[in-house]
Every structure is written in C-alpha cells, then in structure tokens.
Ligand binder design. Structure first.
Ligand SMILES: Cc1ncc(COP(=O)(O)O)c(C=O)c1O
Length: 436
C-alpha cells in the first residue's frame, strides 16, 4: 500500500471528517486519487507522501499562502523568532508593531485585537459588536466560519438558507436559543437587508459581510449598506478574511471606497502561519474591555512576526499586481481551452481567486475527471485557483498545455456518454457554495 493510502486509512479511523478543513478533504477533488497529505512544499511545488511532485495550481493553502510555500523572507523572520523564543510569560512586542501597521494601512481604524483563525476573529467581532450595542441580532451575508453565532442562521430549518451559506450545513449542537439571531441577506440585494432592519427596528447589532467575493458590488451598494447600518445604529463589519490582500495591500474595501466600523483579517496576512486581526473604531473596539475575550495562544510570537514580514513584502513587491496577472492568465487558459475543444464552461471570480465550472448535467463528473487527469500531468488543479506570488508565467504555460490536453480528452469522452465509467475513484462532492 502506498504511504498516502496508509495515512488515509489511519486518518479515517481516528479523525472524524478526516481533515480539520472541509476544503482540504480529498472528496472535494478526486476521491481515491487526490494526494491528501504533503511531505514538503516550496514555492508552488508540493510533494506527497510517496515522493510525487506536483505544481500547485489549485487553492494555495485555501488562500493562506499568498506568497507561495516556504517564502524565504517570512520563514527567516519566523526562524529568528523561534531561535529567540516564540513564547514566554511576557508578551510579543510585535503585537504592537502589527497593530500600528494595520492602522497605518487602514487610517480609519483606531484599535486592534488578534486571534489566530478567521472564524474565531469573526466570533470576536460579533461578541464586540453585541457588547458595544447591547443588541443580539446580526444581519449577515456570505460565509463567516463554523461558530455558533453564524450556524444559528440554519436553526430556522428553512431550506432557502442554502443559497446564503454552504449547502447542507447542519446546526446540530448549536443552542436553539440562538434562533433568530443570525439573519441572512444576499449580496447586492439591498432590499433584503432593508427588510431585516424594518422587521427588527433597534435590534440589529451589526451587518457582517464580505465587501466583495466573486463579484463586484453594484454601484452604490456598499455605501447604501453603510447608510442603512448607520441609520439603525448598527455596526458595519467587513470580513476581509478571503478578500483582503488579494487586490491590494490590506482590505479590499480601500479600493471600493467604503470604510467599515470594524474589519477582520486572517489567511493571507501571514502566509500560512496562523494569525488573524480585528481592527476597528475605538468606540466599538473598546467594548472588549467590558466583556471577556482572552486566549493563551493568541499571544504567540510567530503569528505577528509572520504577518509583519508578509505584509511588508506584499507592499514592497506589489504582490497583488502579480496575483492579478497570474489569475487573469489562468482564466484565459480555461476559457481558451474550452473554446478550442467545444466544451461549455463558465469562468468567474476576481482574478486572484478564480473559478470555473462545466455546464450541463454531467458537470460534477467532468470536474472530477479534470482533477484526476491533471494529477497525471503533475498538477494539483481544481475548479478553484487562488493565485500566489511564487507562480510564474512558465507555470501557467505548462498548466495551459496540460489543461488543453485534458479538455480535449474530456470533449471526446463526453460526446460518447456520461463520464462516470472513466473516473477511477468516483465523483467528487461539491465544495463551498457562497452567497456572493
Ligand atoms: C470570508 C471568510 N470568513 C471567514 C472564514 C473562516 O476563516 P477560517 O477558516 O480561518 O476560520 C473564511 C474561510 O474560508 C472566509 O472565506
């Protein structure tokens, strides 16, 4: 048995759900074939447990490794931190430096707190806005993690919520008392948010949303959201966990011309080392001192050290421009390969976080086949592409050749009938479906 399969079997026995993150489960890609575990990663290359090397043109650590794997500058800063002590009974001065840097990048923000993951940072933000306003209800749009405040939206048992959240999320284990505290609206649907404010006058603590995800806001949408929140005395929270550091250094809201009251960062801000930040107006953030928010490992030093090194390099090397170029080139690869082989696909998303899908009833099997065959060409590839700074045009060129070859095969086979019989390990399961 290969080492990969050995670990898979052992992992399935001991770890419910196999992985700690839905988006890294092999059934999201190509069951039975996706390598699942890595032994080594560098730049945009990844080695599996059996020594096979892949060029990663997939999710770049689901958007965390924005500079690529083992970035030399970030890793050197982290190594130095390890050598001089990552943790002690005192605090890391880098917390202060990072708080200052984030406020420099976002001059509207006055105060900063830190956690280590996106979901927990959102949960801190929600606690803070509830503490600051004395209100319980949150109007939200899009995905914000796994915590109770958010999954409470599914306590209604209303199937229509599937459109707002990941499909199939069960709120089992979330206290029923939270029913009605998380109220969804869809991106670019101002009337849905207005209806929430009309239904609960004086009761909404905050509007929590991504400023952008796969589509740009309609003209005036974010400004109107802000005006509605302000008029109702609610806090506006922008979740920049995925959007941040893709189009610019810092929050995407800087490009969109709307400043929130609170913004949340994680993922790309520290290139794969756990770090997250909540930044905001003093009037809101100071509520932290009237409630209790505290955790031992939120004081480790690697997180802020990695974030400082990542953000400084991001700014100095204009990393977002590179991500845009590479993402655009990948979208062109998909579109050209489809046009030349006659396959129907749709390509969408901002360039640094690009997506495509096959059209038609056999779409999921076709995507699984694409993943399966790209592995044979030495690529980790899927329906999603998160660009990183280590990817170069030569990677895109090789990726383009492989994609064209696989699309040709796919076009021929799909003319003959369903793809199922050509899949070695069965059809993958659909991954995230987000609201915006
Ligand atoms: C917009 C957004 N918010 C929150 C999260 C949760 O972050 P984490 O997975 O670090 O808990 C994610 C993760 O994909 C996200 O995309």
């Amino acid at each position: 048995m290969s080492l990969t399969n050995d670990y898979l079997e052992r992992g399935k026995r001991r770890i419910p759900g196999l992985t700690q993150l839905l988006s890294k489960r092999p059934d999201q890609f190509a069951p039975g074939l996706w390598p699942t575990y890595f032994s080594k990663a560098r730049g945009t290359e990844v080695w599996d447990l059996d020594g096979r090397r892949y060029i990663d043109m997939s999710i770049s650590g689901i958007g965390a490794n924005i500079l690529g794997y083992c970035d030399p500058e970030v890793d050197a800063a982290v190594m130095q931190c390890v050598q001089s002590g990552n943790s002690s009974s005192l605090n890391a001065p880098e917390d202060v430096e990072l708080a200052e840097l984030l406020c420099e990048l976002h001059p509207w923000a006055e105060k900063v707190r830190f956690t280590r993951t996106g979901g927990e940072a959102l949960t801190v933000a929600v606690r803070v806005v509830r503490a600051a306003t004395g209100r319980d209800r949150i109007a939200f749009c899009g995905y914000h993690g796994w915590h109770d405040w958010y999954l409470a939206a599914n306590l209604t048992g209303d199937e229509s919520l599937t459109e707002h959240l990941l499909p199939g999320l069960s709120p089992l284990g979330v206290p029923k008392g939270l029913h009605g505290t998380a109220l969804p609206f869809r991106y670019n649907k101002l009337e849905e948010l207005r209806a929430i404010f009309d239904r609960y006058p004086g009761e909404i603590a905050a509007v929590v949303m991504e400023p952008l995800r796969n589509e740009m806001p309609e003209p005036g949408f974010l400004k109107q959201v802000k005006a509605l929140a302000k008029a109702a005395g609610a806090v506006l929270v922008f979740d920049e966990v995925s959007a941040g550091f893709r189009l610019n250094t810092g929050g995407s809201h800087k490009l969109l011309g709307v400043e929130p009251d609170v913004a949340v960062f994680a993922k790309a801000m520290s290139n794969g080392y756990p770090m997250a930040a909540i930044i905001g107006l003093a009037g809101v953030m100071d509520a932290v001192e009237r409630t209790f928010i505290s955790s031992t490992y939120w004081t480790d030093r690697i997180g802020p050290v990695a974030a400082l090194a990542t953000i400084r390099k991001h700014q100095r090397d204009n990393v977002s421009a590179h991500l845009g170029q590479i993402g655009k080139a990948v979208q062109t690869v998909w579109a050209d390969a489809a046009a030349s082989t006659g396959l129907d696909i749709h390509v969408y998303g901002i360039h640094p976080m690009s997506h495509f899908g096959f059209d038609g009833p056999d779409a999921q099997a076709m995507m699984t086949f694409y993943v399966q065959e790209m592995l044979k060409h030495g690529f980790l590839a899927s329906n999603r592409f998160y660009a990183n700074f280590a990817q170069q045009q030569e990677h895109v060129d090789q990726f383009g050749q492989a994609t064209r070859a696989v699309f040709e095969k796919l076009a021929t086979l799909s003319r003959q009938g369903p793809l199922g019989p050509h899949l070695t390990g069965g059809v993958s399961r659909p991954g995230f479906h987000r609201l915006n």
